[in-house]
Write a protein that binds this ligand. Structure first.
Ligand code: NAD
Length: 367
């Protein structure tokens, strides 16, 4: 059987720097765990624009459709701010999400003990936190028609439309229930069924899908209360499923409970391919950080944790994903810190590549 395939799209700014550290980890799995991947690399974002005049070439899009997983660094930068909207770096990312039909966005919020002081909340509220938000990514108010700014009488009106079909809700719900089955079998669905018809339908469909998962304890919460509860007592949650708009806000809120942007991974999953693996793209939550690009200051952990998600969700290697997460936890517990993680208690300052090397050392020690 051929090796599983990965397409790496490092992108712009710190993207290539953090991705170089992911390459070390991928190579380690090939050398030490007999887990080899066929890795290819291509351009996205500003880097693709510089070469092709578009933020994602058709050939790159075609490759992304064929591989088992796409790993993306980050796109964008001040140099490209003047470009027309249609060729801005971010359009490359949106094209990947749209054409791969990546409808379920998985955003973990996990607090590493060594970084619990970084949260703006009290340590005991966040220590040990491990929740997963599943955000519907391809429908809802960001895509619904009609949309636009129209003349109405003697003033203008801005319109966006929240629209969800039953099948769109169903596939997002199913992804969330499947995840809950692999975790603590607890799922909370968030909408605003009190004021939105789309919320009423959302609740109905999630409840119906839930009948297929009797082991999962399903609860429903209005999204505004959900926001309060996430800040008040986040550990009450395991998996949360919600729509595109609420998910956008709630996942950022939950992520920040845990501290630095340099620590946050994500996965975007679509329908299963012929080999049973879901269409998938993994990427850190952060952007291209032009303010620190090229200085060896970027924290590569968000990108490495995104690869850990690929091990778990695309390659069925949950134990190896845990090995990688544990190695990262060990490095942090040892006080190894990129600049963004340097708090008042100090630590051993390291560059991007030194952080990667420390994680490899911890992986070696895990054998
Ligand atoms: P950003 O995430 O790039 O940076 C925000 C702040 O966090 C900066 O101070 C940066 O130095 C810091 N930071 C981010 N990642 C870090 C890391 N791994 N290690 C250490 N520090 C880190 O957001 P921004 O400054 O608003 O945007 C910069 C560019 O990135 C823009 O062009 C924006 O459009 C783009 N962007 C891309 C993505 C993406 O590719 N998914 C996401 C967000 C922003």
């Amino acid at each position: 059987m051929s090796n599983p395939s990965i397409l790496i799209l490092p992108g712009d700014g710190i993207g290539p720097e953090v991705m170089a550290e992911v390459r070390k980890v991928i190579d380690w799995y090939g050398a030490k765990r007999d887990l080899a991947f066929d890795v290819s690399e291509d351009l996205v974002g500003g880097a693709a624009y510089d070469k092709h005049g578009v933020p994602l070439a058709d050939e790159t899009m075609a490759k992304a459709q064929e591989v088992d997983a796409v790993l993306l660094g980050a796109v964008g930068g001040p140099k490209y701010d003047v470009l027309d909207f249609s060729v801005k770096p971010e359009r490359g990312l949106l094209r990947l999400r749209k054409e791969m039909d990546l409808f379920a966005n998985l955003r973990p919020a996990q607090c590493f003990d060594a970084l619990a002081d970084f949260s703006s909340l009290k340590k005991d509220v966040v220590a040990g936190l491990d929740i997963m938000i599943v955000r519907e990514l391809t429908s809802g108010v960001y895509f619904g028609e009609p949309r636009g700014i129209f003349e109405e009488g003697n003033e203008r009106v801005g319109i966006n439309t929240q629209r969800y079909t039953e099948s769109e809700i169903e596939r997002a719900a199913r992804a969330a229930f499947e995840l809950a089955m692999k975790r603590n079998k607890k799922l909370c669905s968030m909408e605003k069924a009190n004021v939105m018809e789309s919320g009423i339908l959302w609740r109905e469909v999630v409840t119906r899908v839930g009948e297929e998962y009797p082991e999962v304890e399903l609860s429903h919460m209005y999204a505004d209360n959900g926001a309060m509860q996430l800040v008040r007592a986040p550990k009450q949650f395991d998996v949360i499923v919600t729509d595109n708009l609420f998910g956008d806000i709630l996942s950022d809120c939950a992520a920040m409970l845990t501290g630095s942007l340099g620590m946050l991974p994500s996965a975007s999953l679509g329908a299963p391919m012929a080999n049973g693996r879901p269409k998938a793209m993994y990427e850190p939550v952060h952007g291209s950080a032009p303010d620190i690009a090229g200085q060896g200051k970027a924290n590569p952990i968000a990108c490495i944790l995104s690869f850990a998600m690929a091990l778990r969700y695309s390659f069925d290697q949950g134990d190896e994903a845990t090995r990688l997460e544990t190695a990262i936890e060990k490095v942090l517990a040892d006080g190894v810190r990129t600049a963004d993680l340097m708090g008042p208690e100090g630590g051993t300052p390291v560059s991007t590549s030194e952080m990667g090397d420390k994680i490899i050392e911890a992986l070696d020690a895990s054998l």
